[in-house]
Design a protein around this ligand. Structure first.
Ligand code: HAM
Length: 434
């Protein structure tokens, strides 16, 4: 049997790859207006970065990371040896940890400097059980802003995210924006204890996973999909009732800025997100219909302690990432048509083989004039050359035969109107461009 793409991965065939390129261009345009500049970080990092940054007890780190290992180190391990900590590598499950590592490593926010605003787009890897909207390699577009803790950063990022979705064509009405505050290291520990006590009180109604996780991160019980656990968690203490004054004021300011900008949101005090680095604002955008359980098309939040976790000086931060493949599913669910990339404007058809060299030169002249142009490369009949031109979406077909060549002209056919006219050979690129 022919070899297939690995489970949980997806080829982006030309039309979709063209859409992905356009998606990234739209992100650069929208985010560029807010001062975000591109950054590229490696697709693999030291495993330690993700363990310290995202959190050892998270599903992403404890179950879903792909290890990257050189053949030499694999051999060492198989022979019973060990590899150095810096050689323990993992494919990035998300982009934030790597970007924050780069900011710290290159000192992109020196003390007292303006915040740094960075954006990225590329593949992420999580060894999850594949299903609709859940892949093992998927593409994210994300932003990170480091160096400012003002609520204006949070609000502008959320506004920008919603503008981006609309710019790529996801209908406003098909989305729901959830917001919450996770508190900080002053108020969250006490809240954690409250939730832990609540979980202990309701232990008999909770699933084993929630009970095991309770000791490491009791808040994860809010994420459990088990209906019994969900019912129990409805009555759990709410973080928004336990915020310290500073966190409450910060959260209030974010909400007011969103309201002033006309952004509709739903407060969801159970929104905890699956990564451990969040402090204060968290948010998630879900698609209302058609995506089943994998309905989050993007999410993010503030992470004021992450830079320190990875060895840097205290540097507040905030960011989000959105899943490209899930956005495509959201567009399909909303019945949005994908734009087709133009691959051929002018097709040069040969009446017989004697004119192939001149046809080749004409195609080249069209391309040099900036027009997507092509010709037959398989010695097809004239009829099937027309079929091919049609398939490629050509607007014009220039028919070149020995008679036309002798007269220094071609017959130019408009593929929509079927109108034909004879034009001088050297005028084709100019006329096709008009
Ligand atoms: P996340 O919520 O884990 O956040 O992922 C962001 C988005 O990536 C999700 O909303 C979803 O659209 C997409 N996504 C996640 N996992 C998969 C998967 N297995 N298959 C397909 N799409 C997926 C983060 O990654 C954080 N780094 C966001 C962030 C940036 N927070 C602060 N800065």
């Amino acid at each position: 049997m022919a070899i297939q793409a690995p489970e949980g991965t997806k080829d982006l065939l030309p039309d979709e790859a063209a859409f992905w390129a356009q998606f990234k261009r739209t992100a650069a345009e929208v985010f560029g207006r807010y001062g975000y500049a591109p950054i590229e970080t490696p697709v693999f990092e030291q495993t330690e970065l993700f363990v310290r940054g995202i959190g050892e007890a998270t599903d992403v780190v404890s179950k879903e990371m792909f290890t990257a290992i050189s053949g030499e180190n694999l051999k060492k391990l198989l022979d019973g040896g060990t590899v150095k900590a810096k050689s323990r590598l993992s494919l990035r499950p998300e982009g934030t940890a790597g970007v924050v590592r780069a900011v710290v490593q290159h000192d992109l926010v020196p003390q007292g400097a303006a915040p740094v605003k960075l954006m990225y787009a590329g593949p992420m890897f999580r060894a999850e059980r594949p299903q609709k909207g859940r892949q093992r390699q998927f593409n994210q577009v994300g932003i990170e802003c480091l160096g400012a803790e003002e609520p204006t950063v949070d609000a502008e990022a959320i506004i920008m995210l919603m503008q981006f979705y609309e710019a790529v064509g996801i209908p406003h009405a098909s989305m729901r924006l959830l917001v919450n505050s996770m508190g900080c290291d002053r108020c969250r520990p006490a809240y954690r204890e409250k939730v832990l006590a609540y979980l202990h009180e309701h232990a008999e109604a909770l699933c084993d996973t929630c009970l095991t996780r309770a000791e490491t991160n009791p808040l994860r019980a809010f994420d459990c999909k088990n209906p019994d656990c969900a019912q129990v968690m409805e009555g759990a203490p709410k973080i928004t009732d336990c915020l310290c004054d500073e966190c409450r004021a910060h959260y209030q300011a974010v909400k007011e800025l969103l309201e002033a900008a006309g952004v509709t949101y739903v407060e969801d005090p159970t929104l905890v997100r699956g990564l451990d680095y969040y402090t204060r604002t968290v948010f998630e955008v879900q698609v209302v219909d058609g995506l089943g359980s994998q309905n989050a098309i993007g999410g993010g939040g503030r992470y004021d302690k992450l830079a320190e976790e990875v060895g840097g000086r205290p540097t507040p931060g905030l960011g989000f990432a959105l899943g490209y493949e899930r956005c495509v599913l959201a567009l399909q669910a909303a019945g949005v048509e994908f734009p087709q990339a133009t691959r051929c404007e002018v097709f040069v058809a040969c009446v017989d083989d004697s004119v192939r060299a001149q046809a080749f030169s004409l195609v080249q002249a069209c391309r040099d004039a900036g027009l997507p142009a092509d010709m037959d490369h398989q010695r097809r009949s004239l009829k099937s050359q027309f079929k091919l031109a049609d398939k490629l979406g050509a607007r014009l077909v220039a028919v070149l035969g020995p008679d036309e060549l002798a007269a220094g002209s071609v017959t130019l056919r408009d593929m929509q109107t079927h109108e034909e006219r004879t034009v001088p050979l050297e005028d084709v690129p100019r006329m096709a461009n008009a």
